[in-house]
Design a protein around this ligand. Structure first.
Ligand SMILES: [Zn+2]
Length: 412
């Protein structure tokens, strides 16, 4: 076991063992045009991850400046996914039951383009969204959502408290794992969460990541992969207690956590997952080492496949220019020389190039006409949605999945 000089940002213990990915670009920084200036100046950093065996949190040990990651070029618009829309609608209905429409307001941290808060705006619930990326905040405002462009920290929480008072509900979906200074966020939440309020957090779940054995949840913007134990460690320091959880298959496995300042009874589901984490040895360094080995094998397998098919003269494309695929492509050394293009339906991404590997992103509408011999399904968490859509379009290709193992599907 290698000890590092890095201290855990959750509990201040020394981080054990380090998995070095080499130089990586910022996963969401798509390139608008390929020329010498861009290629020479493209920002890369040495990405390393480690695990804290004291609190079980997995974290990036050297996070790039946050302004390099969350800016007005931020590429992820949550509203693009129909599946996520319905997922959030269900959460919205649940949360509304907990609110008094006259008195209470809901605060969302990392409100993106307003996909979630729009339900509250439409039904005239008091709400406020906070997000650090200007372009998504502007989109949210256009959708009628009350939103503020800022990084959420203690200072922002004081400003919000002065203007709106304490929040009955605080929701953070797919954002907490983006935030390096988790202590500052927890302090801010402690400031602004009502005594009888509920904090709801949802993000990728460590145990799922270990089980799938995929490196894809790890990239600069994902500073942490959380577990029940690591979240408990963080929030208990700030007098906020976990009392319930719900598990979902979204994004390759997510957990939704419910916290309160009150001493509520812990649910049996929470206890079940606490035990599951212990039984799966999340505090054992060997679990992390096994995960590393698996990631290396997946990358090698995918690289060898692409190289061999490329030598046969086959056209290999990708589907879904996801941030996740940036880690796989860069770590596996699969670039524009091996992959013809990646198809995507997000207007913001079409015509741009993938970070580090410079693969062109083409409109998914061209997929049927182009019919690549093999298509690597990078947006594997939307597999059903994509394969069904392309089947209806009568597209012809052999789908390539690589998680948890390389698998070819002759759908058409
Ligand atoms: Zn720790």
């Amino acid at each position: 076991m290698n000890k590092s000089d890095c201290l855990c940002r959750v509990c201040s213990s020394t981080i054990s063992d380090i998995f070095d990915f080499g130089n990586m670009p910022i996963a969401n920084n798509l390139i608008p045009v390929i020329n010498d200036t861009y290629t020479k100046n493209e920002y890369k950093y040495n990405m390393k991850i480690g695990v804290c065996i004291n609190c079980s949190s997995l974290q990036i040990v050297n996070v790039p400046e946050k302004e390099l990651m969350f800016n007005n070029q931020y590429a992820y618009f949550a509203s693009q996914s129909e599946f996520m829309k319905s997922h959030f609608e269900k959460l919205g209905n649940k949360v509304m039951q907990l609110m008094d429409k006259e008195k209470d307001y809901i605060l969302e941290i990392g409100s993106n383009d307003g996909i979630f808060l729009k339900y509250f705006a439409d039904k005239q619930y008091k709400h406020l969204g906070v997000d650090a990326s200007e372009n998504v905040v502007e989109t949210a405002k256009k959708n009628g959502v009350n939103a503020l462009c800022s990084f959420f920290d203690e200072e922002t929480s004081i400003e919000i408290n002065n203007k709106y008072g304490k929040a009955k509900i605080i929701v953070i979906t797919n954002t907490m794992h983006h935030i390096e200074n988790c202590q500052e966020v927890a302090k801010g939440i402690n400031n602004i969460l009502a005594e009888d309020g509920t904090l709801i957090i949802e993000d990728p779940y460590l145990l799922d990541m270990y089980k799938i054995g995929s490196i894809e949840q790890v990239y600069a913007e994902h500073n942490f992969i959380w577990s029940l134990h690591s979240y408990k460690t963080l929030f208990e320091k700030h007098s906020i207690k976990l009392f319930d959880v719900e598990h979902f298959d979204t994004h390759g496995g997510s957990m939704r956590y419910y916290f309160s300042k009150q001493n509520l009874n812990k649910t049996s589901t929470m206890q079940e997952y606490i035990n599951l984490e212990l039984n799966n040895k999340i505090f054992d360094i060997n679990t992390f080492i096994k995960f590393q080995e698996n990631c290396i094998n997946i990358s090698k397998e995918l690289y060898n496949f692409v190289v061999s098919k490329s030598k046969e003269g086959k056209i290999i494309a990708g589907y879904g220019a996801t941030a996740k695929s940036a880690t796989t492509l860069n770590y596996s050394n699969i670039d524009k020389n091996l992959i013809s293009c990646i198809y995507d339906s997000t207007p913001f991404k079409i015509g741009k190039y993938t970070p580090g590997t410079h693969i062109e992103i083409k409109d998914a509408k061209l997929f049927t006409k182009d019919s690549p011999d093999y298509t690597i399904l990078f947006a594997w968490n939307h597999k059903k949605e994509i394969i069904e859509k392309e089947k209806n379009n009568k597209s012809k290709t052999i789908w390539v999945e690589y998680i948890p193992k390389l698998k070819l599907t002759y759908e058409n």
